[in-house]
Design a protein around this ligand. Structure first.
Ligand code: SAH
Ligand code: SF4
Length: 348
C-alpha cells in the first residue's frame, strides 16, 4: 500500500494516463471524458463529486490522492485589482499566486517551483534559494484555484503568465505537462496565445520549448544587454551568456513565427542608461522582439531604486529612435508585495 504522499495526485495525470488507468480497471472509455470534464470544466473539488460509479470512485480515492491547495494567507490591494494568495501544498510548502484584474482581462500569475536556484539579485524568490519542484498537478491546481472562483462570479480567467515563483525551464517536464493539460480542448482549453512563459534565459529550455509546437508566448527576462552587467544581476548569464541566449531567442522566433518578449526591470543607475538602451538595440537587431519595461519593484534584500521618469524617457527614446516596439508594463501589486520578483513563500 502506498503512503499518501507516494500516490500520484489526480491533477498530475494527463487525460491519456487517466484513461489508461480507468481502462485497466475495466471502465468504459466514455467515463474518462466525463471525469475530465468534471475536473477541468466544472472544477469539482472532491472524489464524492466525480461522475463515476461508486466502486470506481472508491478505488480512485484509494489509489490516488487529490490535494486542493488551500489559501493559507491572502492579501488584497486596496483597489481590489490585485490579489495575492498563498496556497498551501500537500506537504505544507507554500506558493504564491496572483490574480490581476484589468478592465477586460483577468490574468493569473502562477508559480513553477518553490523558491528558485537562479539567484537574480533583485528578486525575492531568488533570495530564498531552491526548495523543490512543483508537480504538473500543483501547477495546474493554481490555475483552477482562480478559475473556480472567477466562474462563481460569472467571470473567467483570460490570461495566464508563468511569472510567479521559480524558473519554468528548470522544471521543464512538469511545466510542459501542466501547459498541455491547460491547453487541452477537452478541459480548460486555454488559448495558447494567452499564455506567456517567462524564463531567465535557460538556453536548452528555450530550444526545447520551440520544438514543442504549443504556440505559447515566450518572455525572456533580460534586464541587461551587456554580459558584464547581466552577470552581476543574473548569475545564470555566466552559464548562458547573451550570445547564446539571443541565438536561442532567434531560433525560437524563427521556429514559431512569434515575437519574443524581453523583460527589463528599470533600476536607477544600474540598467537605465541610454548606453544600455543602445546595447539592447544592437542585441535585438535581428530578433522580432517586444520589450516589456517595468519599474523595479522594491524587495528587502536589494537596495536599489526604480528608474526615475526622466531616465525612463531617455531610455525609451533610444528604443523609439530604433523603432523597437516596447511597452511600459503597468506596475501592479507592489503595495501588497505581489509585484514581479516580490513573491516569497513567507508571505508578508
Ligand atoms: N524565473 C522566471 C519567471 C519568474 S520571475 C524569470 O525570471 O523570467 C518573473 C519576472 O519578474 C521576471 O521577468 C523577473 O526578472 C522579474 N522580476 C524579478 N524581480 C523583480 C523586481 N524586483 N522588480 C521587477 N521585476 C522583477
Ligand atoms: Fe528565479 Fe526568475 Fe527570480 Fe531570477 S527572476 S531568481 S530566475 S524567479
Amino acid at each position: 500500500m502506498l503512503t499518501d504522499t507516494q500516490k500520484p495526485d489526480l491533477y498530475d495525470l494527463s487525460r491519456e494516463a487517466l484513461g489508461a488507468l480507468l481502462a485497466s480497471w475495466g471502465a468504459p472509455r466514455t467515463l474518462t471524458l466525463e471525469l475530465w470534464h468534471a475536473l477541468y470544466r466544472q472544477w469539482v473539488t472532491g472524489f464524492e463529486a466525480l461522475p463515476l460509479p461508486e466502486a470506481l470512485r472508491v478505488r480512485l480515492a484509494a489509489e490516488l490522492r487529490w490535494h486542493i491547495p488551500h489559501v493559507s494567507d491572502r492579501l488584497e490591494a486596496p483597489d481590489s485589482a490585485t490579489r495575492k494568495d498563498l496556497l498551501e501544498l500537500a506537504d505544507g510548502q507554500r506558493v504564491e499566486v496572483v490574480l490581476l484584474r484589468y478592465r477586460q482581462r483577468r490574468s493569473a500569475c502562477i508559480s513553477t517551483q518553490v523558491g528558485c536556484a537562479c539567484g537574480c539579485v533583485f528578486c525575492a524568490t531568488g533570495g530564498m534559494g531552491f526548495v523543490r519542484q512543483l508537480t504538473p498537478g500543483e501547477i495546474v491546481a493554481q490555475v483552477l484555484h482562480f478559475q473556480r472562483e472567477l466562474a462563481a462570479q460569472g467571470e473567467s480567467l483570460s490570461n495566464l503568465v508563468l511569472m510567479g515563483m521559480g524558473e519554468p525551464f528548470l522544471n521543464y517536464e512538469n511545466t510542459v505537462a501542466a501547459l498541455r493539460q491547460l491547453l487541452d480542448p477537452q478541459g480548460l482549453g486555454f488559448p495558447p496565445r494567452r499564455i506567456t512563459v517567462s524564463t531567465a534565459g535557460i538556453v536548452p529550455g528555450i530550444r526545447r520549448f520551440a520544438e514543442e509546437g504549443l504556440g505559447i508566448n515566450l518572455a525572456i527576462s533580460l534586464h541587461a544587454a551587456t554580459d558584464e552587467l547581466r552577470e552581476r544581476l543574473m548569475p545564470i548569464n555566466q552559464r548562458y551568456p547573451l550570445g547564446t541566449l539571443f541565438e536561442a531567442a532567434r531560433a525560437y522566433a524563427a521556429r514559431t513565427g512569434r515575437r519574443v518578449m524581453l523583460e527589463w526591470a528599470l533600476i536607477a543607475g544600474v540598467n537605465d542608461s541610454p548606453a544600455q538602451a543602445e546595447a539592447l538595440v544592437a542585441q535585438v537587431a535581428e530578433l522580432p522582439a517586444h520589450i516589456n519595461l517595468i519599474l523595479l519593484n522594491p524587495t528587502p534584500a536589494y537596495p536599489e531604486h526604480p528608474a526615475t521618469p526622466e531616465a525612463v524617457a531617455d531610455f525609451t527614446a533610444v528604443l523609439d529612435a530604433a523603432k523597437i516596439p516596447h511597452t511600459m508594463r503597468q506596475r501592479r501589486g507592489s503595495a501588497i508585495a505581489a509585484g514581479c520578483g516580490q513573491l516569497r513563500a513567507q508571505g508578508r
